[in-house]
Design a protein around this ligand. Structure first.
Ligand code: PLP
Length: 385
């Protein structure tokens, strides 16, 4: 199989599995227990927290472990809104966020908050001037993702944070699920107040992530129970998952330059090859300001879903932003936000690379994909409505 869907999830790194193994077997203690077995689990969590804090360049107490990106996004949006509604009830986000942020914002609207969704340009960039115009005295939160999962565009977070600081007292949250481990993501550099991430996007285990919350940020806990995570997120800690997350970020940090160079080269070969060999194909997302492992396209006259099935028959795993809901093809909200009409938006394909991919695999895709697109255009053409 040729796995080209690393933005969906990644294989567990063997070094990560090795680090986790003791905590899945003999070191099974509950970190809240007073005896040795429990205290060793506590030490493992403490050490993991130190590593993750060093990765983002924040203090250890600013790390809250979660069950992943979805929880981190929900926690940030709801946690800020519910705790700061005495200061205002206005939230700003973008039209291309992950559903974890978009659905959370909708839930706030149902509770009487106001939400402004900033549009993006043709490349998926949020304009800092548009943010300036949207900021109000009662804005309490701005949530804009660091990099988009469907089109790979990297947002100008530092400029957006600077704009927010200059014109309001709002907190700034960024969803760094796709960027962590792929490009430099220190909280210090980005300047954000909150950042969410997920281990399984960078060769760590599924079901674990963290929310970075800078000191002094007023945040309402969303999962209530015991006093875990300094009373901010209750629940017995996922010790093995947390150890795996820390190992995954340490490896990502160690190998960042090597991986970036390698992935960028493969990605650029792939993009150039696809655009060169397939007529009426276009790149989605920003041509340069994009994640090093991410290539995404629109093919005119083709359904992305059909293309995925063809690719799967040849053992190639990829993804398309469009989803088949109740029998009809729904284009991705991200591709629509770029300004493409529906019939073009359904022809999207995302190929996201990983450190395990090879030049031979890129060659295979460049050989097969043009044939598939040509065949589908004849067999199941999509025309403008
Ligand atoms: N945010 C972004 C940008 C994502 O790509 C994803 C996963 O696809 C998530 C959030 C959700 O993360 P998780 O799978 O850990 O819940």
């Amino acid at each position: 199989m040729v796995y080209l869907d690393h933005s969906a999830t990644t294989p567990l790194d063997p070094e990560v599995l090795q680090a986790m193994m003791p905590y899945l077997t003999e070191e099974f203690g509950n970190a809240s227990s007073v005896y040795g077995l429990g205290q060793r689990a506590r030490q493992a969590i403490d050490q993991a927290r130190d590593e993750v804090a060093a990765f983002y360049r924040v203090a250890t107490k600013e790390i809250i472990f979660t069950s992943g990106g979805t929880e981190g996004d929900n926690f940030a949006v709801h946690g800020i809104a519910r705790r700061n509604n005495d200061r205002g009830r206005h939230v700003i986000t973008s039209t291309i966020e992950h559903d974890a942020v978009l659905r959370s914002a909708e839930a706030l609207e149902r509770d009487g908050f106001e939400v402004t969704r900033l549009g993006v340009d043709r490349f998926g960039l949020v304009d800092p001037d548009a943010l300036r115009q949207a900021l109000r005295p009662d804005t309490i939160l701005v949530s804009i993702m660091h990099a988009n999962n469907e089109i790979g565009t990297i947002e100008p977070i530092r400029e957006l944070v600077a704009m927010t600081r200059d014109h309001s007292d709002a907190y700034f949250h960024t969803d760094a699920v796709q960027s962590t481990g792929k490009i430099p993501t220190t909280v210090e550099d980005l300047g954000v107040d909150l950042l969410s991430m997920s281990a399984h996007k960078l060769h760590g285990p599924k079901g674990v992530g963290c929310l970075v919350v800078r000191s002094g940020v007023r945040l309402e806990p969303q999962i209530l129970g015991g006093g875990h995570e300094r009373n901010r997120r209750a629940g017995t800690e996922n010790v093995a998952g947390i150890v795996g997350l820390a190992k995954a970020v340490s490896i990502a940090r160690r190998d960042l330059d090597t991986n970036t160079a390698y992935l960028t080269r493969l990605r650029d070969r792939l993009i150039a090859g696809v655009l060169d060999r397939i007529p009426r194909a276009g790149l989605t997302g920003h041509p340069r300001q994009r994640l090093p492992h991410h290539a995404s396209f629109l093919f005119e006259g083709v359904e992305g879903e059909s293309l995925l099935l063809q690719l799967d028959m040849d053992g190639i795993a990829a993804s398309s932003g469009s989803a088949c809901t109740s029998g009809s093809l729904e284009p991705s909200h991200v591709i629509l936000a770029l300004g493409y009409p529906r019939e073009r938006a359904i022809g999207s394909l995302r190929l996201s690379l990983g450190k395990g991919n090879t030049d031979a695999e890129i060659d295979l895709v460049l050989e097969r994909l043009p044939q598939m697109v040509a065949r589908l255009r004849v067999m199941a053409p999509v025309s403008a409505a």
